[in-house]
Design a protein around this ligand. Structure first.
Ligand code: SF4
Length: 294
């Protein structure tokens, strides 16, 4: 299958050689587990059924999951086994199936999701970096019920320097508009668990408060103040962060307070504001390949 799935448009056959994302046409995953540290309507009381995919189309130099995204930790999994894994997570009580960094496997996942959707009672959630093409996302219409994109940068220079992602905001903003078109308004069950909808994440980076403000303003102006925003403060320096300006430190309390105030001043009606104490490797899963074997 020739891959042009994401904005890099490699136009190569991944059965022959990996793309820029370093992925072949066989799905690889690093772990499948219940996860309790997502946003409350996602993790709920029983956990989110997370499946972490190996590799990534971005090259974020501060990635907290770099061992799977950049170094490729993980194992190949057959499509039929991946459906079984989703059903097992549902049996364990998961409120949803949470596909973490799935973008580079979109085309391979479509038949998997079509098969899983017929047997799952819980919604499928797309947890991505938003560097995606609208025409690719359109193929997920009716398969994905919840989108959880991370809108990372407003500045193209920052996106290029930190993640090697040309025109990041142009692609990511269009992708989020397409996600919103697909899922419309958020719907919850009687326990407040999200059944359908959109939550937009944004990781606040040290020294980049102005970029964060531009992102929040764009979200308010284009998606409305009722949009659920998840403002994340969990940045801590890891991987190649020390090579980037101002990134070899955590967020200062004054920086986070400034962006929290800005968020509130913009009039957002709903959202999640992470505590600064979350900026710790303690909240990053250890990837040991759990949940892959039958
Ligand atoms: S998904 Fe991978 S191979 Fe396909 S276009 Fe994107 S980077 Fe290239």
């Amino acid at each position: 299958m020739i891959c042009n799935a994401c904005p890099f448009e490699c136009n190569i056959d991944r059965a022959v050689k990996p793309g820029r994302c370093r992925a072949t046409d066989e799905i690889e995953i690093a772990q499948a587990q219940l996860h309790f540290w997502e946003e409350p309507p996602v993790s709920g009381t029983r956990g989110s059924g997370t499946i972490f995919f190996s590799h990534c189309n971005l090259r974020c130099r501060f990635c907290q999951n770099y061992d799977i995204s950049q170094l490729g930790f993980g194992r190949k999994v057959r499509p039929e086994r991946l459906v079984e894994i989703m059903l097992q997570l549902e049996d364990q009580g998961a409120h949803n199936i949470n596909l973490v960094t799935p973008t580079h496997y979109t085309l391979q996942l479509i038949p998997v999701l079509e098969a899983a959707k017929q047997r799952l009672q819980i919604p499928i959630l797309w947890n991505s970096n938003a560097y995606e093409k609208v025409e690719t996302l359109r193929q997920l219409t009716g398969l994905v019920s919840i989108y959880l994109p991370d809108l990372k940068y407003f500045s193209d220079e920052l996106a290029q320097q930190f993640s090697s992602a040309p025109n990041y905001f142009k692609y990511a903003s269009a992708a989020i508009m397409e996600m919103k078109r697909q899922v419309e308004e958020n719907r919850y069950d009687e326990d407040g668990i999200l059944k359908q909808g959109l939550i937009v994440r944004h990781l606040v980076l040290p020294g980049q408060i102005d970029d964060s403000k531009k992102i929040l303003r764009w979200l308010r102006d284009n998606l409305g103040p009722q949009t659920q925003i998840s403002l994340m403060a969990q940045y801590y320096p890891t991987y190649q962060a020390e090579t980037l300006p101002d990134m070899n430190r955590r967020l200062r309390p004054s920086e986070y307070q400034e962006i929290r105030n800005y968020f509130l001043d913009l009039g957002f009606e709903e959202g999640f504001l992470q505590e600064l104490s979350s900026a710790s490797a303690d909240y990053t899963p250890d990837f040991e390949g759990r949940g892959i074997d039958s």
